[in-house]
Write a protein that binds this ligand. Structure first.
Ligand code: SAH
Length: 268
């Protein structure tokens, strides 16, 4: 295959191994009827999805040349020309839930995953390829050096599986790093047992200075940390589970509420 001139800002690395494309397509468990592919490019993965009768299938692609190519080669494909990050996700399938698949544009991997987190009640499953390092980070558990914000936020609502590693030489042009395919399937947690907004803030702030203990890392929150048990404050964010973060969030909410009540009664 001729070396394609990839548009760098689009994170274009076209997969050339059809066996791997088929394996990615087969990794879907079919949790929902609607399926969205992000960044189909020249359609190597699309080919295994577009005629699958189980799915109402759409794709979103930012690159005009790729969109033209897809129109020519897959005339039945419903391809939206645009940026996934700006797409109104509730409108593509008229409010129905939908799964996401793709060999994703690596330059926006984290943004795609944060969007999945935000849309967790609309997205029951994600199967796709990321840089290996991102895939490992998402799939990591507490205690691991790669465990971070996305691992905590996503594992609160998804079961995360690292499926397989993909070598850089099966792409055109080859990326600098290895890739990996992961699967996220929504768990049955409808809502966390705490203030979810504060939970996200606690996780983000905790990891912002990941080498510090929480006692120091959480200071910028300006909340009464005394309410949190000492043994948790002595740990670093990377050592804590979703349950630990939930507990800390609850400790902080209760303390913040009573501080507010005290202030109010002082004022009265
Ligand atoms: N899935 C194809 C292409 C992977 S490269 C394959 O496996 O060969 C990533 C693709 O995502 C490119 O086609 C690129 O044009 C597209 N892309 C990049 N940014 C995007 C965005 N914000 N929204 C939708 N597609 C995007």
């Amino acid at each position: 295959m001729e070396q394609v001139r990839a548009k760098k800002f689009l994170g274009q690395h076209f997969l050339t191994d059809e066996g791997i494309a088929e394996r990615i397509a087969r990794s879907l468990t079919g949790r929902t009827e609607c399926l969205l592919e992000i960044g189909p490019g020249m359609g190597v993965l699309t080919k295994y999805l577009v005629d699958d009768a189980r799915y109402r299938f759409k794709a979103i692609e930012l690159d005009t040349e790729s969109v033209d190519y897809l129109h020519r080669h897959y005339p039945t494909l419903d391809v939206i020309e645009g940026d996934f990050l700006r797409l109104d996700l509730n409108r593509i399938f008229d409010d129905a839930t939908f799964s996401i698949i793709g060999n994703f544009p690596y330059n926006i991997s984290s943004q795609i995953l944060f969007r999945v987190f935000e849309q967790r009640n609309s997205v029951p499953e994600v199967v796709g390829m990321f840089q290996k390092e991102v895939a490992e980070r998402v799939a990591a558990g507490p205690g691991s050096k790669t465990y971070g914000i996305l691992s905590v936020l996503l594992s609160a609502f998804y079961n995360i599986e690292y499926l397989f590693t993909v070598h850089e030489n099966v792409f055109n042009p080859p990326p600098k790093v290895k890739s990996a395919v992961i699967r996220l399937t929504r768990n049955d947690v409808a809502k966390l047992d705490c203030d979810e907004k504060l939970f996200v803030q606690v996780v983000k702030t905790g990891f912002n200075q990941r080498r510090k203990t929480l006692r120091n890392a959480l200071k910028p929150l300006n909340l009464p940390l005394d309410a949190v048990p000492d043994d948790l404050l002595a740990k670093r964010a990377e050592q804590l589970s979703v349950a630990d973060f939930t507990l800390i969030t609850n400790n902080l909410s209760v303390a913040a509420d009573s501080a507010a009540t005290d202030l109010q009664s002082d004022a009265n």
